[in-house]
Design a protein around this ligand. Sequence first.
Ligand SMILES: Cc1cc2nc3c(=O)[nH]c(=O)nc-3n(C[C@H](O)[C@H](O)[C@H](O)COP(=O)(O)OP(=O)(O)OC[C@H]3O[C@@H](n4cnc5c(N)ncnc54)[C@H](O)[C@@H]3O)c2cc1C
Length: 290
Amino acid sequence: MVTGTQLMEKVLFKIAKQWIAGNSIDDALASAKDAYQSGRHAIINKLGEYHTSKRQISSTTDEYQKIINSFRRWKVRGAISIKPTQIGLSISQKECYRNFEKIIQKARNAHVFVWLDMESTEHTDETIEIYNAYFTKYERLGIALQANLKRTENDLNDLLQIGAKIRLVKGAYKEKANISFKSKEDVDKNYIKLMRMLFKNGNEFAIASHDVKIIKKAENLSKKYPKKFEFQMLKGIREELKSKLIKKKFVISDYIPYGVNWLPYSVRRIKERKRNILLLGSSLIQSQRV
Ligand SMILES: Cc1cc2nc3c(=O)[nH]c(=O)nc-3n(C[C@H](O)[C@H](O)[C@H](O)COP(=O)(O)OP(=O)(O)OC[C@H]3O[C@@H](n4cnc5c(N)ncnc54)[C@H](O)[C@@H]3O)c2cc1C
């Protein structure tokens, strides 16, 4: 007999499949190839975070290296995106640097771009430190900054001084009110302010959002400040808009997560949009009918 939890997980997985490539590296690469054939670049991320098991950290480090080595064989223009706590930051900085070093060495040999995802604020300083330490050694390295944090304007100013490559996101983690903007209105206002800073003083940056208002503003800013930048969106979201932007000659990257650890990622996506919650509700009802 199927229990309530099993049923819920089954339904969630059905919904999650629109956002994730599948369980394996080959699923991720196949999805990256699809994206590439639709004129997009691909950024592959292995799902999972806050790893404390050495075995899990070591296998994640190995998988990122395998992906880097596979792009050429799969004829894909791809990058990877890593969460520092996947490769050891939850154990120690030393462990994280040791693993990041291995990944960067492979990326350097294969000329593959590496992004550092930004996690919750307990790791912001450490993630920026990792970026600073490695950007001097490897230029094809980018870092995500979150517009929902009050500190980000300062971080962006500092990082722009060294020519850092920034991915600007709204921020996916719940943070305390004294350090973060809480309303959508305030987050959006700060996003636009930071985006202007990028267009004026940055180069090679990414506007990572599905928000049509933000994207329209970026399109307008790009006319005034012609800079090398790209739009990044998550796999399975805003597919039509992606095609329209490609027709307008903008560069689009699909962020493609894969792996068995799909639940927290999918729950974040469901919470992001009312319609996704409705979709979950209706799928549950349908699955009980059959
Ligand atoms: C490429 C990429 C990388 C990211 N990396 C990080 C990171 O390193 N650290 C981090 O904290 N966060 C990261 N995020 C997540 C980000 O912080 C936001 O949580 C997420 O992008 C939702 O914000 P939004 O800009 O799309 O705007 P929102 O205001 O959340 O959404 C605007 C509109 O976009 C559409 N939309 C948004 N989400 C969905 C969805 N799930 N399904 C369908 N439609 C949707 C809806 O129409 C919504 O009204 C990343 C996002 C992207 C696209």
